[in-house]
Ligand binder design. Structure first.
Ligand code: ADP
Ligand code: MG
Length: 326
């Protein structure tokens, strides 16, 4: 059935089921002019928004509707993770053409709700509008951190170590394998289609007392440059220390590209990059999924990499969009 046959009112009624996953903060959810929620007095509130436009950020040609919803949530959750926060509420708005099959919308909602259930995140409301143009989905997310503890990009200090979570270049490897229609590459293909945010590690890193943090949505090169400029420091990383998955090495060999370029310029890994005082190194080494890749040094804001052949290369802030041109 198409949206115009169901009608916006009935559509909202349909999606209203399974929207509350932690009722302890909800006074009133979907159904009035505003939702009402309560915030804990000892917490700072985090708020962020993210939009995905059909044809720009996603396409039904190469993405399943469920995955579109899942990824939309991951992009939002990742921003909360990057502050060391705990996600609590979302509102979401959708602009959809009249002729859209409501099964597609339901599938996108299924992907959204899977992430909400996993992170005990409530859907407190939204807006449903018609459009003549491409579909647009916007999620606004609210999270929290104990007062005064949000981890900023601007906190990096000279002498800090630089670390990242899990693998980088992972989603770009999956995307590459999919776009060249290659068999195999099963782990990174999933990494591209259903990336997960690093909420747990983000919170653990905040609790340990890291100085700065950013999520990796546009490639490691771009995110490191954001920390360097916001903190007014230089960052030096070791190419050989950057953790790449074996499928990244395999794809780079197959396509005769450089493995590290997937990490530096490939997008949408939704991992975290952070800087931390050297005193935390033993604790960081005890955390599963953390790799130290460099250090914060004096100098103007820039990012440099010691390559495998021991030369120093400046890493530009070019991100995801330039990846395929390099
Ligand atoms: P209003 O006209 O007061 O803005 P709406 O008719 O747009 O109210 O929405 C009615 C209720 O449904 C509100 O609580 C709103 O937050 C919720 N809602 C509308 N669209 C969505 C959506 N796409 N997802 C979740 N909740 C929605
Ligand atoms: Mg409305």
């Amino acid at each position: 059935m198409q949206l115009k046959d169901v009608g916006e009112f009935n559509f909202i009624r349909q999606i209203q089921d399974n929207t509350i996953y932690d009722s302890s903060t909800v006074v009133y959810g979907i159904g009035d002019d505003c939702a009402v929620y309560s915030a804990a007095p000892d917490m700072d509130q985090l708020i962020s928004t993210d939009t995905m436009v059909e044809g720009v950020h996603f396409s039904f040609h190469y993405m399943m509707p469920y995955d579109i919803g899942y990824r939309l949530m991951t992009a939002n959750l990742s921003d909360i993770a990057a502050m060391g926060g705990n996600p609590k509420q979302i509102v979401l708005s959708v602009a959809a053409p009249q002729h859209i099959d409501t099964e597609i919308l339901d599938e996108i909602y299924r992907g959204i709700k899977a992430q909400c259930q996993r992170y005990k995140l409530n859907i407190l409301g939204g807006d449903t509008v018609r459009t003549e143009g491409p579909m647009v989905w916007t999620v606004t997310i609210i999270g929290e951190v104990p007062k005064g503890t949000a981890v900023m990009r601007s906190g990096a200090q000279v002498g800090d170590v630089v670390g990242i979570t899990n693998y980088v270049g992972y989603a770009a490897t999956g995307l590459g394998a999919l776009s060249y229609n290659l068999a195999g590459y099963d782990m990174t293909k999933i990494g591209h289609q259903r990336p997960d945010p690093q909420i747990e590690l983000g919170e653990q890193l905040r609790q340990l007392g890291v100085h700065s943090m950013n999520d990796i949505s546009d490639g490691l090169g771009s995110e490191l440059n954001e920390i360097a400029s916001a903190s007014n420091v230089s960052i030096l990383v070791e190419e050989s220390a950057i953790p790449l998955h074996e499928e990244t090495y395999a794809l780079a060999k197959h396509l005769q590209t450089k493995p590290v370029d997937y990490a530096l310029y490939g997008g949408e890994d939704f991992q975290l990059v952070f800087t931390a005082p050297k005193s935390l190194v033993p604790k960081l080494e005890n955390l599963a999924g953390i790799t130290l890749i460099g250090e914060v040094v004096t100098g103007p804001p820039k990012v440099e990499m010691v390559t495998q052949d021991r030369t120093i290369k400046t890493i530009e802030a070019k991100g995801y969009n330039h990846f395929h041109e390099s």
